[in-house]
Every structure is written in structure tokens, then in C-alpha cells.
Design a protein around this ligand. Structure first.
Ligand SMILES: Cc1ncc(COP(=O)(O)O)c(C=O)c1O
Length: 354
């Protein structure tokens, strides 16, 4: 059974059906969450405020938008909150309906799904293995829209500033998915949200589920020119962001120590894990964020699918990245977790490859 049956990593239920190991026994390297888990304040709010779900949430999410506005230095009118970045990817494409959209290949499959559902056409922009999957040059987009992951999933690379600036200065319509950008220490300088707040030609989508490890609560936001925000709001389902999600979103933005600890952990752990994986003879591509794209060299005689099954026997779930259009059978993706788990991962990989 294909573990990515529903198109994503982190599907422990399908893994459990396939391997008969209880859900709580898996060490999940297939979805890229902050390994510290949700900040404590999330639990406190859920315990203290659960009775308030007897009321409807604020349909305009004013508290959360004001908080985001302060945190990112952008006006609240340029912010739309959504039921995870996933809702906003779908909404922005469905409503702005680009006829032709350039997508990096490989990239997150939801972009292509959204374009297809909106009746548009996708044009692939191949990311080359020889360039370590970096988008080195701005595609010549003309009237087309460009939809890019910044950083891109599954490659983990940000789009270089010179490429984004070239696209912006040429007036290209851009949609950027910054779902994993908060993991970068210099996030503020790299994010395109300030441009998005001012230009009707740029929209930026952010997720709050990866960095704060709250994918089950569903929370993301979009930054765009206020006219675009109004238009998207008009097309969005009412109350799509529930009361607890709004409250949790406001609270986690104050978790400065959690944010600092997360970024410090990643700065230390990523080079360590990359070094250990390379020592096993694996090809590890450079990453700007909290996951790694890895390739199995031919001499191992193994492909990602077989490795996924071998690792599952150790209770470790990895992402078979060969399912991404543009990657071959040798590619898999790993989240970066805490040291003790990463040591277990390395031991299991060593056995699986021997
Ligand atoms: C690149 C990328 N963007 C967006 C999402 C969706 O995030 P959310 O949980 O906020 O809907 C994901 C989830 O895997 C992702 O990998």
C-alpha cells in the first residue's frame, strides 16, 4: 500500500493500516513539524477556553489580524486568515484564476491541484539536480503567473532574492508560499510579505501549522493588497477559521522564547544531521529550512520505496519523494527532529542500507 495515498506525509493512520504498528509508536520523519511540539500555552487555552466554542468565532478575525499586523509590520487590511495555508492556496488560485501558471518542478503538489481545479494550465519550470534544485534564474513569465514555494517543498531551498526581485521588477504576477519561512533566522529580511501588502501583483501565503506544530488546528494567513484581500474574503467560506484557532494564533505569536529555541535548534541540528547522512554515503542536498531532500546512490541497490518499507520496520516513517513530479526513484525527504530521534534515525538507516 502506498503510504502517501492521500498525497501527503505524516499520515500515521495509513502507515498503521499498512504495517500494523500503533499510531503512537511511529517516529514521523515524513511531515515537517517543529519537533518541540505545540507551545504550552496552546494546551492552557484549550483547557481554559473550551466553553467559548458555544459562540461563533469573529468572522473578521480582528484580534488575530491585529496581532499579525504588529508582529510583521503590515496593515491588518492586507491580511486574510485561513483554515491553514491549504485553504488559502486554493482560494487565491480559484478567485484570481490565472490562465497559465509557472510552477517549479518539483514543488508542493497542492499548487498544481489548485490550478487544475480552477481550470488553468500549468507550465513546469524544472529545478535541476546539478544546481542542487535551486531556482537560479527568473523564468521569463510574460503574462503568466508564477507560483513558488519560498522555501520550496520538497527541496527546502528559498528562492534567491535576485530571482524574486527580477520577477517583481518585471511586473510578473507572483504567488509565494512561505509556509516554512519562519524557521529561517533571517526570516524578516527574506520574506516577501511587505511587497505583497503593497502590490496587487504579489500574494504571499503563510502557514502557522509547521512552526508552531499545530497542523490539527488548521491556521494560516495570506498577505496581499487590501483590494485583493477584500475580494478573497468575499469568496471565502464564512467562519472558516474557528474560535480556538484564532485564539491560539494570537497566543503563539507571543512565544518569543519558543521561536528562538526553535531557530537555535535548527541551526545546530541541520548541519549535524546532514553530516551523519553524508557519512552513510547518501547524497544530501542543501536546505534552508527544517527538512532535507536526500538521494540514494545507485550502489546501495535500493530505491526510496524500498527504503521506506525497510525504515517502517524500525517504526520510522520517511517520505518517498519519488512521488513528486521531477524527482527520480532514489529520492526521499526527511524532517529534522531532535538529536535523540535523529540518532535513532541514523542507526536505523545504517541497518536498512547494510
Ligand atoms: C509547502 C507547503 N505549503 C502549505 C502547506 C499546508 O500547510 P497548512 O497546514 O497550513 O495548510 C504544506 C503542508 O504540508 C506545505 O508543505
Amino acid at each position: 500500500m502506498e503510504l502517501e495515498r492521500y498525497g501527503h506525509g505524516g499520515d500515521l493512520l495509513t502507515a498503521t493500516e499498512a504495517f500494523g504498528r500503533p499510531e503512537e509508536d511511529w517516529l514521523d520523519y515524513s511531515s515537517n513539524m517543529n519537533p518541540f511540539g505545540p507551545p504550552e500555552v496552546v494546551g492552557e487555552l484549550m483547557r481554559e477556553r473550551w466553553r467559548d466554542i458555544a459562540r461563533y468565532p469573529d468572522p473578521a478575525a480582528r484580534g488575530l489580524r491585529n496581532k499579525l499586523s504588529q508582529a510583521y509590520g503590515i496593515p491588518p487590511e492586507s491580511i486574510l486568515v485561513g483554515n491553514g495555508a491549504a485553504e488559502l492556496i486554493d482560494l487565491v488560485v480559484r478567485e484570481l484564476r490565472p490562465a497559465e501558471t509557472i510552477l517549479a518542478r518539483p514543488s508542493f503538489t497542492e499548487y498544481e491541484d489548485a490550478v487544475r481545479k480552477a481550470g488553468g494550465r500549468t507550465i513546469p519550470e524544472p529545478l535541476l539536480r546539478e544546481c542542487a534544485f535551486e531556482l537560479s534564474n527568473a523564468p521569463d513569465a510574460g503574462e503568466r503567473t508564477v507560483f513558488l514555494g519560498h522555501p520550496n517543498n520538497p527541496t527546502g531551498r528559498i528562492v534567491p532574492a535576485r530571482v524574486l526581485d527580477a520577477l517583481r521588477l518585471s511586473g510578473t504576477r507572483m504567488m509565494l508560499d512561505e509556509a516554512f519561512l519562519d524557521f529561517l533566522p533571517d526570516e524578516e529580511g527574506i520574506s516577501y510579505i511587505r511587497h505583497a501588502a503593497e502590490s496587487p501583483r504579489i500574494q504571499v501565503i503563510r502557514s502557522m501549522t509547521k512552526f508552531y506544530a499545530i497542523p490539527g488546528i488548521r491556521l494560516g494567513f495570506l498577505v496581499a493588497h487590501p483590494d485583493i484581500v477584500r475580494r478573497l474574503k468575499g469568496a471565502q467560506t464564512h467562519w472558516s477559521v474557528n474560535f480556538l484557532a484564532q485564539l491560539i494564533g494570537e497566543a503563539v505569536l507571543d512565544e518569543r522564547a519558543y521561536a528562538e529555541r526553535t531557530r537555535a535548534w535548527l541551526q545546530e541540528e541541520r548541519p549535524w544531521l546532514m553530516g551523519e547522512l553524508s557519512r552513510l554515503g547518501l547524497t544530501v542536498f542543501p536546505s534552508d529550512t527544517n527538512f532535507l531532500l536526500v538521494s540514494l546512490p545507485g550502489e546501495t541497490g535500493m530505491d526510496a520505496r524500498r527504503l521506506q518499507r525497510a525504515m517502517a520496520r524500525h517504526g520510522i516513517l520517511i517520505r518517498d519523494a519519488s512521488l513528486f513530479d521531477g524527482l527520480d526513484a532514489s529520492c526521499f525527504r526527511l524532517a529534522i527532529r531532535l538529536r535523540r530521534d535523529n540518532e535513532r534515525l541514523i542507526r536505523a538507516l545504517k541497518e536498512a542500507l547494510s
